[in-house]
Design a protein around this ligand. Structure first.
Ligand code: PGA
Length: 248
């Protein structure tokens, strides 16, 4: 069985004042039966690590550069994130793919760097609304996975997040059957590529997960947790999601 993970992606939100949410969250969730991860902007990683000390909340990052150092103005290397206290990094989020033109090959190179730096790589895949309408979702997700997971990746340090682009920040979610269909397909593709160890790779659903819909989503087969944007910014909302996952 894959471990359960409630992961929050703060995206480009948060300064010092927002760190109060971390302490509030830690107080609300205690010791749940799942992993809890928050991925703030890189500027907050080390401060969030300090504020989360003694709690179950782990801290991750939202992106990394494939190189270890060099002339890449504005970019951050994976081992810099690890040095700041991050243990995991989100890679290939659809906003990175859209805003920065990141390709599957870029994501694979970033993931290789993340794994080398000792980080767990949370690799995101998902279709646009046009792709869903064109009924290419399963093939697209399979090809994103094939291209975004680096050769020789250690399955023990991979997490996959299925995030339909049209469900992110929109309040819309796929039906539970649609989520089940894609997650089953992802598990099968990972098993074909990585063998039996794929059973232990956590598969997260992402896209408009809220306290009110979390429990039904976590009851879906092969859903091992969530990658949460908006609802991870407020401790009370994210605590509701953590509690639902802990009980799942
Ligand atoms: P959302 O974002 O929860 O705000 O829809 C999800 C994500 O982008 O990871």
């Amino acid at each position: 069985m894959a471990r359960k993970i409630a992961a929050g992606n703060w995206k480009m939100n948060g300064t010092e004042a927002a760190l109060a949410e971390v302490e509030a969250l830690a107080g609300m969730i205690g010791t749940p039966d799942c992993e809890v991860l928050l991925c703030p902007p890189a500027t907050l990683i080390d401060r969030m690590v300090a504020r989360a000390e003694g709690s179950v909340v782990a801290v991750g990052a939202q992106a990394c550069h494939p190189a270890t150092s060099g002339a890449h103005t504005g970019d951050i290397a994976a081992d810099m994130l690890a040095d700041a206290g991050a243990t995991q990094v989100i890679l290939g989020h659809s906003e990175r793919r859209a805003d920065h033109g990141e390709t599957d090959a870029d994501v694979a190179a970033q993931a290789a760097a993340a794994l080398t730096a000792g980080l767990t790589a949370i690799i995101c895949v998902g279709e646009t609304e046009a792709e869903r309408d064109a009924e290419v979702t399963l093939n697209l997700v399979a090809s994103q996975l094939a291209g975004s997971i680096p050769e020789g990746a250690d399955p023990a340090r991979l997490v996959v997040a299925y995030e339909p682009v049209w469900a992110i920040g929109t309040g819309r979610t796929p039906t539970l059957d649609q989520i089940a269909e894609v997650h089953t397909h992802i598990r099968a593709e990972l098993t074909q590529r990585l063998g039996a160890a794929a059973i232990d790779i956590p598969l997260l659903y992402g896209g408009s997960v809220k306290p009110g819909n979390a429990a039904e989503i976590f009851a879906v087969n092969d859903v091992d947790g969530a990658l949460v944007g908006g609802a991870s910014l407020k401790a009370a909302d994210f605590a509701g999601i953590v509690t639902a996952l802990s009980a799942a």
